[in-house]
Design a protein around this ligand. Structure first.
Ligand code: HEC
Length: 273
């Protein structure tokens, strides 16, 4: 055996030993604590949440809240902000959201039995303003229109190809408050929780992950707006003059002009034809 060959073999041998040393550590289980070269303050005496302890008389490692403690929002209090908005107002909202005590607002339901229409509230429990309706429109167009259509008639791009036709909100059953389907609380709870058949199969996904309570009520307000928009009459005061004229012109009965909107009487006459 010449010298070069010996040292080559020796080299291989060493590499093999070192290699096994490194690779051999992987996957090995041990009950010993991991090696720490700089433990710093990693290991201190502490309690694990929900664990038992002999330190406290009640045996619980976690300390219960002081009696009378009330949840009061999650965000730290911004004093400067609170002074301009009225002390505590913002935190009052946070607190209400945290406690979710207002059943009507947070679940849209009452204590009446589930099959009783009164189980679902029939009035949106937040103030309905133009801003709320716009927020509803924005969210409806993002989350609902793809199936239910931008007009809520069930002809959305995806809905069109769905095995089951998505609901047409202009069907009178969705406005009749004597029945469950027509109640605000029902629309709200479908928007948030989705629809399941009695066997548990999903008929429509819920959107609680995307719509908080306020946004879901906004969507209900917008569905109500869509419904109302189809029930309008040309004689309704709510249609602005110029738009009313445009519609009448379409019908071949122009009255007044954009600058000089028609009066109610003119419209009544023009609209009769
Ligand atoms: C992925 C498609 C899809 C999306 C998105 C969708 N829906 Fe639906 N929705 C359906 C289908 C399908 C039905 C009909 C289910 C059935 O009759 O089995 C339905 C039915 C409904 C009903 C009627 C429930 C009933 O009992 O008659 C309501 C109310 C409703 N959807 C609200 C909403 C709202 C609000 C949104 C947006 C937050 C939304 N949906 C988004 C597919 C969808």
């Amino acid at each position: 055996m010449n010298h070069a060959r010996t040292s080559m073999l020796l080299g291989f041998g060493l590499a093999a030993i070192v290699g096994t040393g490194i690779v051999g550590c992987r996957g090995e289980r041990s009950d010993k604590p991991p090696r720490q070269f700089f433990p710093d303050m990693d290991d201190q005496e502490h309690f694990r949440p929900q664990n038992e302890t002999e330190f406290f008389a009640d045996g619980r490692s976690q300390r219960p809240s002081v009696p009378g403690t009330v949840g009061y929002g999650r965000a730290p209090i911004d004093h400067a902000e609170a002074e301009t908005t009225g002390w505590g107002e913002e935190y009052g909202v946070q607190r209400a959201r945290l406690l979710r005590e207002d059943k009507a607002l947070y679940s849209g339901t009452t204590d009446a039995p589930v099959d009783d229409p009164a189980h679902y509230i029939d009035e949106i429990p937040v103030e309905v303003t133009m801003d709320l309706i716009r927020l509803g429109q924005e969210n409806f167009d993002i989350y609902c229109a793809i199936c239910h259509g931008y007009e809520g008639d069930g002809y959305g791009t995806v809905g069109d190809r769905y095995a089951v036709r998505p609901a047409n909100f202009h069907d009178p059953k969705y406005t009749n408050t004597d029945d469950i389907l027509g109640r605000d609380g029902y629309l709200y709870s479908v928007a948030r929780n989705g629809l399941y058949d009695p066997a548990g199969a999903m008929r429509m996904p819920g959107y609680a992950h995307a719509l908080d309570e306020y946004e879901a009520w906004a969507v209900v307000a917008y569905i109500r707006t869509l419904q109302a928009s189809r029930g309008m009459s040309i004689d309704d005061d709510i249609i602005p003059g110029a738009e009313r004229n445009r519609l009448l012109e379409q019908r071949g009965t122009p009255v007044g002009s954009a600058d000089q909107p028609a009066s109610q009487e003119q419209i009544a006459e023009g609209g009769e034809q």
